[in-house]
Design a protein around this ligand. Structure first.
Ligand code: MN
Length: 239
């Protein structure tokens, strides 16, 4: 007599990686492991955000800032490094004033595809709320130390539409990394792009999308997404 279709359950090998052991910093790693945290938090059947994969190229230098009206408004600052977007959440938004040290909470790596996402994450989903492509461009390391991500000290020149000049992104506490509370500071360098005072007024003047020119309310009302997982890209119609 056949034993039926029930299969003996085997522990899945890949689950063994989700242990409490600390992973080494993922420098140079380009497998999808870098996006495990990103993927685990999202239901791609429900959110228009890209699933994405870690890039095999890993040598690009894009950056993007997304204004995100989640339960609390913040700005997501993302730098392309090692085939993913290294990401920090900045509650107050960037300031052009070198006297302002903005708390930038390090968050999970995002896929490169996320850099072209603008739209609405449904309520109830992780990060539910409106996402605006607030700035984008390229970056390059500056000075002797340059972009030392593992060391918690990045000095970069940004060439965006809104953010330009030299910026420092420095991990608080230096090299010591507490993964549950990985706080950095974003600080504008003193250069020709610096601007003193009234950071809120500057943010208010620049509250438009570099992708669509829209305000947050217009993106929210449209409920569309510049990037959509159902499509390979924006369709162009003739005439
Ligand atoms: Mn966010």
């Amino acid at each position: 007599m056949a034993s039926g279709s029930a299969k003996p359950s085997k522990p899945k090998a890949r689950n063994s990686r989700r242990s409490n052991q600390r992973k080494s910093p993922d420098s140079g790693r380009r497998s999808s492991d870098a996006l495990d945290a990103y993927t685990a938090k999202r239901d791609f059947e429900r959110t228009p955000e890209p699933a994405g994969t870690a890039s095999h190229k890993g040598d690009g230098n894009s950056f993007v800032v997304q204004k995100h009206a989640a339960s609390r408004l913040h700005y997501d600052f993302r730098l392309e490094l090692d085939g993913v977007l290294k990401s920090w959440a900045i509650a107050k938004g960037p300031s052009l004033d070198p006297a302002h040290r903005r708390l930038a909470v390090h968050v999970e790596d995002h896929p490169l595809e996320y850099g072209s996402f603008e739209g609405v994450i449904p309520q109830g989903q992780y990060g539910g709320g409106t996402v605006m492509l607030w700035d984008r461009g390229t970056w390059e390391p500056v000075g002797e130390r340059g972009a030392d991500y593992e060391g918690g000290h990045m000095k970069v020149r940004l060439r965006g539409e809104k953010l330009r000049g030299v910026w420092a992104l420095v991990r608080m506490g230096g090299k010591a990394r507490d993964e549950r509370r990985d706080n950095w500071l974003l600080i504008k360098d003193r250069d020709e792009e610096a601007l003193r005072g009234e950071p809120e007024a500057w943010l208010e003047e620049n509250a438009w999308s570099v992708a669509s020119g829209r305000a947050m309310e217009e993106i929210a009302e449209a409920k569309d997404a510049v990037w959509n997982s159902e499509e390979t890209g924006p369709e162009r119609r003739k005439g």
